[in-house]
Every structure is written in C-alpha cells, then in structure tokens.
Design a protein around this ligand. Structure first.
Ligand code: SIN
Length: 287
C-alpha cells in the first residue's frame, strides 16, 4: 500500500470564512508526518475539513482520528457505540425490527460539542455511510458557523468589552431533544469558560457563546447577560460565517469545537435513511 503524498493533496476552501475540502488523499493509506502536518494545519485554519469519496472501515476512521489526539468515548456509546470500538457511536435514524440502531436527533440546534464540560473536545469527526435522499435531493445537511470570523467582524470597542468575560455553561439547564439519565447529568456540574477563546494552535480568537448552553455571564445582571448571549449567538450565525455541508456517502468530515459551531438539519424521516459514524478527539481546558 503506497503512502499519501503531501504533493498530491490539494486544499479547496468551501467558503471565505469556514471549511476546506481536501482532494488527493485516501485515508486508508498511511500519512507521513509532512502530509499529516498539512492536513492538521488546514484543519486548524479552516475549522471544518472534509474529504469525499472515502471507503473507510471503522478502524481506519479511528486510526486517522488518533493522529489528532487522544479519543474520547462519548456517553452515547453505552447504547449506540460499536461493540468492539466504543470510540465510535452511530448517529442517524436507522433501525432493525423496530429497534433503533443509531442515536436520533443529535445536534439539531446550534452548539459546540460538550461545551458544558471542563475540557470540551478538540474536534469531532463524522463518516457518512448513508445519506437521506428524496426524489434525488439530498437531505440531512449539517451547517457550520465560524465563531472566529464572527469575532473578527465585531467592532473593536465591543471586542474590548468582551475580553476577559466568562460564561457559565450548565448541562442541567440545557434544552434537549431527548431525555438524558440523572447519572449523566450528575457527571457534568456547571463550568465557566472564557467567552473569547484563543485557539491553542493558531492563537486566533473566537466567540464561545451558545444560546442553549450559556446560562450566565459573570459580573452581568441576568437580563443583561441573556440579551448579550442572544445577540452574540445570533451574530455568529450571520450567513457570511456559515458553510452548509451537503453529505455524500463516503464523506469524512471533522470540525473544530473551538472555532466552529454546528447544527444538523432534521428534514428527513424513514424510509430516508441517515447513518454516520461519530468519533470525538479530546481537548484541553479553554483559554
Ligand atoms: C452532531 O452534532 O454531532 C451531529 C451532526 C450531524 O449529525 O450532522
């Protein structure tokens, strides 16, 4: 099996603010340090990176994800993890004999993964096995918004006001599309994070505020904090900061949970099937 060569890879930005497609790479094959370095750098700079037309086994996905850091086993693996590889859990709407084989309704509102934990994941990967279609139209897209471009676009006076502020993220208060056990809720006591995060590799700043997860901004009265959270969360979603990914089977896509927020569009239902393998790469305490 020949290696992937750095010289064969090309990088095509998906929009001016977020996302890059990598061409000329087969993720089943080894990546030398030079080729991996180019991928990691593109990922850190663009926030979302995808490769189309892949033919991956679960082990290939895990090996690729591990190049970016330690993997986390998500609590949803208890029910939807691959039995031999709990680092992957299955999301989508597939079922057999009426039994769900995948977790439904994941991420249907804007969020950054596990922002309610002390050390949110660096990145999340999805590998598309089945993508819903209706009359030849693709459904089940995922939207990504650059919270880094959103920060850059703020007036300097507002940036100065926001620097140094911290928000509380409270899993108990989170709006959910499905119930979560009391044990899981107890695992995640409220945490504080800076609302202006600095990317650990690039040093770029991003807004780290989500309407459904931030419950307070420290030092601000509650009504003022709620208005600021709503205004910033809305600002991040301006169309010029958003990339909408239309999936194809064989897409491997990953996003950076520091600089990007995302939302899955739930516009499909059986018999339109969606099935994705999801992997999470651990991260550090936000700075
Ligand atoms: C997620 O938020 O992890 C799921 C995104 C998707 O299914 O498109």
């Amino acid at each position: 099996m020949s290696n992937n060569n750095a010289t064969d890879m090309t990088f095509v930005p998906a929009t001016d603010s977020v996302g890059v497609e990598v061409r000329g790479v087969d993720l089943r094959k080894p990546l030398n340090n030079e080729a991996f370095g180019l991928l990691e750098d593109a990922f850190d700079r663009h926030g979302v990176m995808f490769v189309r037309g892949q033919h991956l086994e679960a082990e290939d996905q895990i090996a690729f994800a591990r190049r970016f850091g330690e993997l986390q086993v998500n609590f949803n693996s208890d029910l939807y993890g691959l039995p031999a590889l709990p680092e992957i859990f299955v999301i989508g709407n597939i079922e057999e004999d009426g039994k769900a084989l995948a977790l439904k309704g994941v991420g249907n509102t804007w969020h950054s993964d596990m922002c309610y934990t002390a050390t949110p994941p660096r990145a999340t990967l999805l590998y598309a096995l089945e993508v819903p279609q209706l009359h030849g139209l693709t459904l089940g897209d995922t939207c990504f918004a650059s919270a880094a471009a959103a920060w850059d676009a703020l007036p300097a006076t507002m940036q100065q006001q926001l620097e140094g502020k911290r928000a509380t993220f409270d899993f108990r208060e989170r709006k959910r599309s499905r119930p979560v056990s009391a044990e899981t809720v107890a695992q995640y006591p409220p945490v504080e994070h800076p609302i202006v995060r600095v990317h650990p590799a690039t040093g770029r700043k991003s807004l780290y505020v989500m309407r459904d997860d931030c419950t307070a901004i420290n030092d601000l009265p509650d009504d003022e904090a709620q208005r600021l959270i709503a205004a910033l969360a809305e600002h991040i979603l301006r169309p010029e900061f958003v990339y909408r990914h239309q999936w194809q089977p064989g897409d491997l896509l990953m996003w950076d949970n520091c600089t990007v927020q995302h939302r899955a569009i739930a516009d499909y239902a059986l018999p339109q099937r969606r099935c994705m393998y999801r992997t999470t790469i651990a991260g550090n305490r936000p700075r």
